[in-house]
Each structure stands twice: as structure tokens, then as C-alpha cells.
Design a binder for this molecule. Structure first.
Ligand code: NAP
Length: 244
């Protein structure tokens, strides 16, 4: 496959930035969105050689109209998306009994509702094209659970449910849908974990370390590649054996 049209949500930093890097290195056309810019995105925008095959937009994925026009813009520039990576996500830590309603809404609005809305917009284009790959970044905590992450875990388990249902719905139309469920990664999202929690995770992980964004990008690339053609409805756990 060459010059795929790839949408990656939340590409300004962390895993999303590595996914953007990885697909640009593969020669693809990459569009990303986030609520704010970043030095990483500024660097790519300043590289004139990338101008024909990269753009980023300021979009809040919780804003349905903004999501529709972002996907519309991608389609107008390059045609239907071949790959959608639903990477943007947010976590709010805290025991449920003490969690504010706004925090619950923030996590559900982005991780579940926002992901469903941008997927719907992309699916409509993919159906017309008769092909596509959707890859949802969920999390091992949606499978194993983690104290203080019940809302986040609910959304990630929900994403895996979406993956399985959408895979059944879209398989006959040539579109595959999979999840990649990482363990703990060395990104900003894990900065809230204490040293004791990080040490405990390392100790319990057979491979003895946290995952890197590049570990996850490789799995996403695999699912988006020709090698992943017959894989759909699958949740690929990438956690160094933590939940083995
Ligand atoms: P991160 O460093 O916090 O980055 C999140 C990205 O999403 C940023 O680009 C952020 O940009 C964007 N974003 C957040 N809210 C948004 C919104 N409403 N609309 C549009 N973009 C939004 O997170 P990460 O660690 O890279 O995580 C990436 C994905 O992996 C998430 O789905 C996360 O749940 C999952 N994951 C992470 C870990 C981990 O340990 N880090 C483990 C398992 C799974 P703006 O803030 O500018 O909008």
C-alpha cells in the first residue's frame, strides 16, 4: 500500500505524535487534529516538503460539527480516508465516590462519544470507497481494571465493544475494525502515576518496562498494513505481558 490517507486523532503529543511520525515515514498522507497546537506539529508544518501530505487542524473531537468538517476537509483534499486511528483520549483519576460529574462527562464525551462521532464521519466516506481500516486505541485497564480508573476503564471497555460490533457491521463492506490495548506508556498521561505505582507496574510486567509510543505505533502499522487484511474485531493487547 502506498500513499494511504490516514487520520490520526490527538496527534499533537504522546502516542498520537509518534503515530503521525510513523505514518509520515511510511510515505502516507496524514491529517491529525487536537484542541491545541504543539512544537511537534509546528515542526511538521514548517517542513515544506511535507506540505502536500500533512496537515493538522485545531478540533475538539467533542464538537460534532467540527469533527464533520475536519473529516470533510480530509476527503476534499485527498479523498476518502484509508485509515482512521482513534487515538485521542483523556483520563481522570480518582475513586468514583469522590469524582465530580464534570470529570465523568469529560472522559465519556471524548473517549466514547467523540470517538463514535468521528468514526461515523469516516465510515461514511469509507463505505463509499468500499474499503478502510479503523484502529481504536483502548487500554488494558478496560480488560483488567485499575483502582481509581473506573470511568476511564468503562470507556476503554466500551471502545473494545464498539470494535467488535463495528467489525461485524462493516466487514461485509471491506472495512476492518480493531483495537490496540496498550499497557502503561511513557507519555504525559502516565505522569500522574506515583513512583511507587510505576515501580509496581514495572515489577508486574514480565518484560520489565513501560511501553513506548513506538511499541504501539508498530502494532497500529501492522493492523493498517497488507499483513492485517484478514484481522478484524480483534483487541491486540500490548502490555509487555502485564495481563498475561
Ligand atoms: P496524551 O499524551 O494525553 O495525548 C492525548 C492527545 O489527545 C493530545 O494530542 C491531545 O491534544 C488530544 N486530545 C485530548 N482531548 C482532545 C479533544 N477533546 N479533542 C481533540 N484532541 C484531544 O495521551 P497519550 O498517553 O498519548 O494517549 C493516547 C491514547 O492512548 C489515549 O487514547 C489513551 O487513553 C491511550 N492509552 C494511553 C496509555 C498511557 O499509559 N499513556 C495507556 C493505554 C492507553 P489536546 O490536549 O491539545 O487536545
Amino acid at each position: 500500500m502506498s500513499e494511504r490517507v490516514v487520520i490520526i486523532t490527538g496527534g499533537s503529543r504522546g502516542l498520537g505524535a509518534d503515530l503521525v511520525r510513523s505514518f509520515l515515514e511510511s510515505g502516507d498522507k496524514v491529517a491529525t487534529c487536537s484542541r491545541s497546537g504543539s512544537p511537534f506539529l509546528d515542526g511538521l508544518a514548517a517542513d515544506q516538503s511535507l506540505a502536500p501530505r500533512f496537515f493538522s487542524s485545531v478540533v475538539d473531537i467533542c464538537d460534532r460539527e467540527a469533527v464533520e468538517s475536519f473529516v470533510g476537509e480530509v476527503n476534499q483534499r485527498w479523498g476518502a480516508p484509508d485509515v482512521l486511528v482513534n487515538n485521542a483520549g483523556v483520563a481522570r483519576e480518582g475513586v468514583l465516590g469522590l469524582m465530580g460529574s464534570d470529570d465523568i462527562d469529560t472522559v465519556i464525551d471524548l473517549n466514547l462519544k467523540g470517538t463514535l462521532h468521528i468514526s461515523r464521519a469516516a465510515v461514511r466516506k469509507m463505505l463509499t470507497a468500499g474499503s478502510g481500516r479503523i484502529i481504536n486505541i483502548s487500554s488494558v485497564v478496560g480488560i483488567s481494571g485499575y483502582q481509581g480508573l473506573s470511568v476511564y476503564s468503562a470507556t476503554k471497555a466500551g471502545l473494545d465493544g464498539m470494535t467488535r460490533s463495528l467489525a461485524r457491521e462493516l466487514g461485509p463492506r471491506g472495512i476492518t475494525v480493531n483495537s490496540v490495548a496498550p499497557g502503561y506508556l511513557t507519555t504525559e498521561m502516565s505522569h500522574g502515576l506515583t513512583d511507587t505505582q510505576l515501580e509496581q507496574i514495572r515489577r508486574r510486567t514480565p518484560l520489565g518496562r513501560l511501553g513506548s509510543p513506538a511499541d504501539v505505533s508498530s502494532a497500529v502499522q501492522f493492523l493498517a498494513s497488507d499483513a492485517g487484511t484478514f484481522i478484524t474485531g480483534h483487541v491486540l493487547v500490548m502490555d509487555g505481558g502485564l495481563t498475561a
